[in-house]
Design a protein. Sequence first.
Length: 534
Amino acid sequence: MTIPGGPGGPQAVPRHASFVLVALILAAAVANLNLAVANVALPTIGRAFNASQAELNLIAVGYSLGLAASVLYLGALGDRYGRKLMLLAGSALSLPFSFLAAYSPNADVLITARILGGVAGGMCYPTTLALITALWSGAARTRSIALWSAVGAAFAALGPLMAGILLRNFWWGSVFLLTVPIAVAALVMAWRYVPAQVNETTEPVDHLGGALSIVLVGALILGINVAVVPNSGTLLLILALVTLAALAAFVVRQLRAANPLYSLTVAGRPTFWVAALAGIIVFGSLMGAMFVGQQFLQNVLGYTTLTAGAAVLPAAVLMVVVAPRSAKLVESIGSRRTLLLGYLFVLLAFLTMLLLWKDGAPYWPVALGYGFVGIGVGFAQTPAAHSLTGSVPPARAGMASGTADLQRDLGGALMQSVFGALLTAGYAREMTKLVGTSDEASAIADSTKTELTKSFSSAADTATRYPQYASQITSAAKTAFLHGDHWAYTAGILATAVGAAIVLAFFPDKTHEADLLRRYHAQDTSHTPPPEGD
């Protein structure tokens, strides 16, 4: 139905709009929580499985890996065969994979369960934004996107707190059951209220392009994680070659396919590609900060799982508070300035972490760092999603929603992988140095040195076996961890600065953005060639 609009004209909204939006937000929340709940449990999981830092990185990034690798292809399948069908299937399949993760007997099974859960998320997550794009229009769409983004990001930020509460009373696997009741509620509400067959396309799906996109993203993320594993040079080289070959093949396929999976013409629009890149960096910063931060709070500051989870509340609260203001800023000053404002706060967050997050630090710098992240993501997520959805024709809503989801998933996977790789490398380098310069260096067995440099949790286990050296081992492990996390925060600062520079240089201002979006809409509805320079 249509309701009267303001200056922007009439606004389309679906029947039972509130219930539809709640169903879509709950379905997205399953993915948002799964992206975050593992982080707070990593130290506990590391002790339970005697896992290496590389294995912990894969456990943390596994869900993002499955989701990011599959989201473009599954979004296109939803555009063709029914978004509601994909939404229901993904919500249903998330249930068995949650139980598999919760009761995994070892790290390998847990990593597998996380990846499969991510694929299930790839079935339902992209359809949530695609349905918002198809069912709402005008300012009502902007408000719905802002609410979808804010609540989703808040769920991701609250995930550690919820996981911490569970870990205080139950085993580590309980954190992976957190999404089960939410998935059931989303399944029931989507079945009841979400309409079927909304602006779906009748054109065939580019299955080859979909397969290539899975290989491309999967090999890229695995390669980043493998890079820090000792004696993995051959595997790393293979993954690098696979990534490059898949990228070349994907580009060629999209240029030649009659109905490409991912229209490079649309993707080349500045309101699309700059917004996509901006979102990857911002959402990746959130997930990377949560990933490293949870380990810092527990390993270095000695927080319990519950207090470590509660420590991120400033991020969750401020994301929800800022998001409605972000939607208003998009309408008043445009997406470009709103994005840059978000980048400013993300930069302040990483500077806070780099300079103030030290051994023995009080809570206020922790709250300040997370607060800055929350404000930054709250400001940036709405303009990024708004620009993406406004840059594509209705029949390609899955491409926009898939890219918006890819921002979060690929951004989270990449930044967690990069941060994890730097943390691992920095920790191992500093710990090797400290072990080599200690007074007892000659008496330490090679196997013990390997355990000490493997990860913080492994060093902590070693300390329990040698209580006479426990204080020295723990102190060295904290020093090594701080060395590694400084590498990660520095990478976050550089990525944020580069992203802000790209937005400043290439994203159009408010007036030009509105003109471009109108021209894109006219091109897409009239099928005329794009104007020169766009």
